[in-house]
Design a protein around this ligand. Structure first.
Ligand SMILES: [Zn+2]
Length: 214
């Protein structure tokens, strides 16, 4: 599999290209392009959160714990005294960083569900939901956010697959096919749930304006 540095570098090139195109065509302004550029890089290391104790895993859970602390402060400000508010934020952050992280590490298997095509789409739709419903971004901008996350994620999976091909002898390593999985018999129920969730999400979520006929 590709190294952490390779994943970062390829994700940065891909994300930069996408942001340049979006800036040129007027789809994004400069701050938005910068934000989505960073998000694209993060998405490029996201699949490896299933490898326990890896740099991406710790990074993602650290960011997540900060996000929980900030959300707790935003939600409960004005309802609690400052001391309780900070205590709640700290408890939430520590809970995510240590308890949820430990549970997650125990439940996931490297190159299992997270290295699959449906997972790339689910993370994209998750990003859409956060951007549209929580952050209140416009419909098209929220879908663009989803595209950055799914594309960055897919780029990672493709890179993992490429690294399992031995170009000199053109032979495949054993890991070939384990990064960009469409379905696995051994965890058929989890895949069934993922495809069901995707189907439901595509049915329920609003489409971008260009695709909706007036
Ligand atoms: Zn990987």
């Amino acid at each position: 599999m590709a190294s952490f540095q390779t994943h970062i570098a390829v994700a940065a090139v891909g994300s930069l290209t996408a942001s340049a195109v979006c800036l040129e065509t007027g789809l994004l302004n400069q701050p938005q392009a910068l934000a989505l550029f960073s998000l694209g890089i993060l998405a490029g290391i996201l699949p490896d959160i299933d490898s326990d104790h890896s740099i991406p895993t710790r990074l993602v859970f650290t960011i997540l714990s900060f996000a929980v602390a900030i959300s707790a402060i935003l939600i409960f400000q004005g309802q609690l005294s400052l001391l309780y508010l900070l205590g709640l934020a700290l408890t939430g952050a520590l809970f995510v960083r240590f308890i949820v992280y430990a549970l997650f590490a125990r439940m996931t298997e490297h190159r299992g569900l997270f290295h699959s095509l449906p997972a790339a789409l689910i993370f994209g739709l998750g990003a859409f939901s956060l951007a549209y419903y929580l952050l209140g971004l416009t419909l098209n901008l929220a879908w663009l956010t989803a595209a950055y996350v799914s594309a960055g994620y897919l780029l990672h999976l493709l890179l993992d697959e490429l690294y399992s091909v031995n170009f000199i002898g053109l032979s495949m390593k054993k890991s070939f096919g384990s990064a960009l999985t469409l379905f696995s018999h051994s965890s058929w129920f989890a895949y069934l749930l993922m495809y069901a969730a995707l189907g439901l999400a595509f049915y329920l979520l609003p489409l971008p304006y260009g695709l909706v006929s007036a």
